[in-house]
Ligand binder design. Structure first.
Ligand SMILES: [Zn+2]
Length: 256
């Protein structure tokens, strides 16, 4: 029994099936910032209910609309961010060297730039924040391409990729099934995808909703168990979930 907040009468009954595994009997989990989170007893997913409208979420994704401390893209510590991206690009170079790579929700474009410089044939980044895209275009390798548009709009360009990357984005989107289905459309069969997202059931930190950032910036929290189910549902196989002391998951998946 969760002791965080007593569920209001109406939230006890208003649930929906688990958007990862389809389990019907999801339960009230916690109320934060006047939003309700449900929990799936089968796959452990914690998810917002109801899903906020796109109009409510969209302003959170750019500098103009986001409240302070929400998803505003930080432009400080440029050298540190550049170096961190270079290290990550080095880890996955074998999957994109001489090939095409994309970063979905690329923020200031550091990973796109790092992949381009590490030998990607063409590196692309998409993000909904026009300021982040402007920053990326001004400050990084001009060979890379940045689009300020939705995943749907980007898919319509008809490009496909050998390597995809998305770090700390999926926990913020409304329809995450459509989001992962979009990745599957972009990544070629046999190609790879790297994903990073918080692990709210991390073995060292436990499931402590009182420490979680507030919705609606965060709309769901995954675990190792349900992220695997989600990826497999959309045509990926999990190659590796990396050991991590921090409460986040880094996952490498392969498109079937
Ligand atoms: Zn479930």
């Amino acid at each position: 029994m969760n002791t965080m907040a007593a569920p209001a009468a109406e939230t006890q009954t208003a649930t929906r099936p688990c958007p990862v595994c389809g389990h019907e009997k999801t339960r009230f989990f916690v109320e934060k910032n006047n939003y309700t989170f449900l929990k799936c007893p089968e796959c452990e997913l914690n998810f917002i209910h109801p899903v906020p409208a796109h109009e409510e979420l969209a302003p959170l994704y750019n500098q103009q609309g986001a409240p302070k401390d929400a998803l505003r893209y930080p432009y400080n510590k440029v050298d540190h961010r550049r170096k961190r991206a270079r290290v990550r690009a080095g880890r996955f170079k074998k999957y994109f060297e001489g090939k095409d790579a994309v970063d979905i929700g690329c923020g200031g474009g550091y990973m796109v730039d790092a992949m381009q410089k590490a030998g990607a044939k063409r590196a692309f980044g998409i993000d909904l924040d026009p300021e982040a895209m402007e920053f990326a275009r001004k400050n990084h390798d001009p060979k890379a391409t940045y689009y300020c548009e939705t995943l749907d709009a980007f898919i319509k360009r008809g490009l496909t990729f050998d390597f995809g990357h998305s770090s700390q984005v999926i926990e913020h989107v409304g329809d995450f099934n459509a989001f992962v289905a979009g990745w599957a459309q972009l990544v070629k069969s046999g190609g790879y995808f790297f994903l990073k997202t918080p692990d709210r059931r991390h073995w060292l930190h436990g499931e402590k909703p009182e420490t979680w950032p507030n919705p609606p910036e965060y709309t769901q929290y995954f675990s190792r168990k349900n992220i695997r189910i989600l990826l497999e549902k959309h045509g990926f196989e999990v190659v590796k979930i990396y050991f991590n002391l921090k409460p986040s998951m880094e996952i490498l998946a392969r498109r079937k």
